[in-house]
Design a protein around this ligand. Structure first.
Ligand SMILES: Cc1cc2nc3c(=O)[nH]c(=O)nc-3n(C[C@H](O)[C@H](O)[C@H](O)COP(=O)(O)OP(=O)(O)OC[C@H]3O[C@@H](n4cnc5c(N)ncnc54)[C@H](O)[C@@H]3O)c2cc1C
Length: 384
């Protein structure tokens, strides 16, 4: 039986950030992922600068090797209505390609990685967990995304009783002709909100890649709504007619919409496994990275205190408290939006989105860029 102190299930941004924090401190950590990297991850790949800050990564250095699309603003509209452009005139955010970004983060973590190995069984043992019958770990971190097997072992039931956001999207590598014919600017992604403000369609150019799709809190007829949005958008002529209407689906939880536990005896959940994505924008990379680092810090701190089981739920509880401090009370998220009479939303949405102040300061500045929030933790930071 292979043994390790910490086993991280999932090598996405949440898992690799946690692994990096622990490996930096010499803690014996193993990451296991069912995929071999580079692997595809359905995602628009839009990241706020705080992600680079948290990871101690310089965007200019990153851009020397990988796709990094600076974002200066957004074109926004309620679907089918007048478009407003918010342009800050300098980089306020970035676009990355997930297969590149995730592979780089995992390699940089410095942790041992077992890839191409799905976690199929996870059982409690007296002094930890036994995974796939072959690995013993004293504590596990569930970083396996929405369907994470650790989250399931702690009682999560994806698809049953959880209120997820559903998304369909495609990332298309444009030919040289398509690149030339594409009117969409990489620096200004386009967002088209549904009138109930519970989702949006997007089209985002990152170098040669075009990423487009639709996400919404209601899964009813999503394939059809995605096609309608895309066909209308393509017919506007902003992207070439050859861009395919081909989509793949995925679901994930917005913060405040689930009851998944953040900690249990000898276990913690991070990122999508814990249901942490920002409720207004759906941004989940930042919350995965920050929660991964916070989980690493909690493990490192409690480990130092020793005792028979340093990883009891009580001793890991500061991690849950830290998440609530960082992201707010789960049930406070989007509180005011949920309380508004639903029949008023379409009218309100149309008015708000065409108001310059609201579009720039609230919708983009606060909800999409979260400019008022600093990174809560950094990879290289050693607390005293
Ligand atoms: C269509 C779409 C668009 C999005 N766009 C954005 C965006 O633009 N910006 C943004 O910030 N967020 C976006 N998100 C959300 C973002 O993708 C997630 O919040 C983020 O990837 C969460 O990171 P994670 O590390 O928690 O999980 P993941 O990135 O999902 O990583 C989980 C890892 O676990 C592995 N795994 C799963 N099951 C097992 C198993 N049984 N055994 C072993 N390994 C396993 C997987 O292979 C995977 O590598 C989008 C999501 C969707 C669906």
């Amino acid at each position: 039986m292979e043994t390790c102190e910490v086993l991280i299930v999932g090598g996405g941004p949440g898992g690799s950030s946690c692994a990096a924090y622990l490996a930096d401190r010499g803690i014996d950590v193993l990451v296991i992922d069912r995929e071999r990297f580079p692997r595809t991850k359905l995602c628009a790949g839009w990241v706020t600068p705080a992600v680079f800050q948290a990871l101690g990564l310089d965007p200019r250095t990153y851009a020397e090797r990988y796709t990094l699309q600076p974002i200066h603003g957004f074109r926004i509209a309620v679907m089918g209505r007048r478009v407003r452009e918010v342009n800050y005139g300098h980089a306020v955010s970035y676009g990355i390609v997930r297969s590149e970004f995730d592979t780089d983060l995992l390699a940089r973590s410095g942790a041992c990685v077992r890839s191409g190995e799905p976690v199929q069984s996870i059982e409690r043992a007296r002094t930890g967990w036994v995974v796939n019958g072959t690995i013993h770990a004293r504590v596990v971190v569930g970083a396996g995304g929405h369907f994470c097997p650790v989250a399931r072992a702690l009682g999560a039931k994806p698809g049953r009783g959880e209120h997820a956001v559903y998304a369909r999207e495609n990332e298309h590598r444009m030919s040289t002709e398509e690149t030339q014919a594409c009117a969409l600017r990489g620096t200004i992604p386009e967002l088209h909100f549904s009138p109930d403000l519970k989702g949006y369609g997007w089209c985002f150019r990152k170098g040669r890649y075009l990423n487009y799709g639709l996400g919404h809190e209601d899964s009813a007829s999503l394939p059809q709504r995605t096609n309608t949005f895309f066909e209308t958008y393509r017919a506007s002529g902003r992207i070439p007619a050859t861009i395919p209407a081909r989509f793949h689906g995925h679901a994930y939880l917005l913060y405040g919409s689930s009851e998944r536990p953040f900690v249990s005896d000898r276990a913690l959940l991070v990122g999508d496994a814990a249901g942490l994505a920002y409720p207004q924008s759906g941004e989940g990379i930042r919350t995965a990275v920050e929660s991964g680092l916070l989980a690493g810090r909690a493990i490192a701190a409690t480990r130092q205190t020793g005792g028979e089981n340093p990883y009891s739920a009580d001793r890991l509880a500061p991690y849950a408290a830290e998440l609530r401090r960082r992201f707010g009370s789960p049930h406070g998220a989007n509180y005011w939006l949920k309380r508004l009479p639903q029949s008023l939303l379409p009218g309100i949405a149309g008015k708000l989105l065409t108001t310059r102040w609201f579009a720039q300061e609230i919708l983009i500045g606060r909800w999409f860029l979260a400019r008022h929030e600093d990174a809560s933790i950094q990879r290289g930071h050693h607390p005293h």
